[in-house]
Design a protein around this ligand. Structure first.
Ligand code: PLP
Length: 361
């Protein structure tokens, strides 16, 4: 309870909310946030140091407001015939999503997502004054064409968020379903592909749908597959008009020259950085197989994390794992926990701790 003398005139819709964040506990094996366990390879780190060192002398100058060179590099990485005009970058994909909500949502407008999904989507909506509708998934956290279209038809939202691969469930939805949503949606469709690079063989990107659907945009990030979370670079891919409109909501010079330069070096070393994705996917698959062997229900994952259950007392299982030195995420879904794929040693520790859970957990 805040002392009435100290109280401040916060906006009503933000009252009672808590800022985003997972517990930061000092534990040997931390598998509760979906980051990359590996530091940048030494040659990449050195190349970034060199480019930043050269730039430091120019910090008296503002950066390139339009981040053209970075957008060109990102477009080349994305492929599918995209150019810099199709790409917009900001400090993490969360900032891009906030900018999209400011441009296409806002007071008097609505956004919706298919719950359970990434908790920042409703939070960003509320913070931008956009009303939020929680739509639902079917059993096994799936989303069929018919179910998704029916909910879009009922809610008629100005913005639909589709997270694929979905956080916290790890599964992707088919391109067919994304296309069905886009054909039904009266407004913008934002496909959050933060974990795209971790998809299993055959996973297709919604970028393929951009030529067909002018109101569809895809957001991606360098935080996960590139192991560049501290660099804060996320981006969106869409039609040039979407990129033009979203720029109306950017802050001037929002992306520092150091960020732009470091991200360009990371992209130039994409082969070395993305090699680590394969190592993480191998651990993810080990976790899925290991948990299934223990008789648990596991959602097949296209991400760098796995949702598993179903437990009678989720909080107790979470605490037992923590007591064994393994921190996993309680995503607030009754009966389920989420674990991030890390190093082989971390997988060993996690599966060992899981194997020691009391019967009937
Ligand atoms: C689904 C999803 N989208 C977006 C993000 C944000 O990533 P960033 O802002 O680092 O690009 C995350 C981070 O956890 C995520 O899980």
């Amino acid at each position: 309870m805040v002392d009435p003398f100290e109280e401040l005139p916060l906006r009503d819709e933000l009252r009672g909310m808590t800022p985003y964040g997972a517990p930061q506990l000092d534990v040997a094996v931390r598998l509760n946030t979906n980051g990359d366990p590996y530091p940048l390879p030494e040659p990449v780190a050195e190349a970034i140091e060199k480019s930043v060192r050269e730039l430091v002398r120019d910090l008296n100058r503002y950066p390139d407001r339009d981040a053209m060179a970075l957008r060109e590099d990102l477009a080349a990485y994305v492929g599918h015939g995209m150019t810099a005009e199709n790409v917009w970058a900001a400090n993490g994909s969360n900032e891009v999503q906030q900018q999209l909500l400011m441009a296409f949502g806002g007071p008097g407008r609505t956004a919706m997502g298919f719950s359970p999904s990434y908790s920042m989507h409703p939070l960003l909506a509320k913070a931008t004054g956009t009303s939020w509708y929680d739509a639902h998934r079917t059993s096994g956290f799936n989303l069929t064409r018919e179910h998704a279209m029916a909910q879009v038809r009922v809610f008629q939202p100005d913005i639909v968020f589709v997270c694929s691969p979905n956080n916290p469930t790890g599964n992707s939805i088919s391109l067919d379903t994304v296309a069905a949503i886009a054909s039904e949606a009266p407004g913008m469709v934002i496909v959050d592909e933060a974990y795209f690079e971790f998809g299993r063989e055959g996973t297709r990107s919604a970028v393929e749908l951009i030529p067909q659907f002018p109101r569809l945009v895809v957001t991606r990030t360098m935080s996960k597959a590139f192991g560049f979370a501290g660099g804060r670079v996320g981006y969106m891919i869409g039609r040039p008009l979407a990129v033009e409109y979203v720029q109306l909501t950017r802050l001037p010079y929002h992306l520092s020259s150091l960020t732009q330069a470091a991200a360009r070096v990371a992209l130039a070393h994409q082969t070395a950085l993305l090699a680590q994705v394969e190592a993480i996917k191998a651990q993810r698959d080990r976790i899925v197989a290991g948990l299934k062997e223990l008789g648990l229900t596991v959602i097949d994952s296209d991400a760098n994390f796995v949702l598993f259950g179903q437990f009678k007392d989720t909080k107790r299982v979470w605490q037992t794992l923590l007591d064994a030195g393994v921190l996993v995420r309680d995503p607030g879904l009754d009966g389920w926990l989420r674990v991030t794929a890390g190093t082989p040693e971390e997988t060993n520790a996690f599966l060992r701790a899981m194997g020691q859970l009391p019967d009937g957990s």
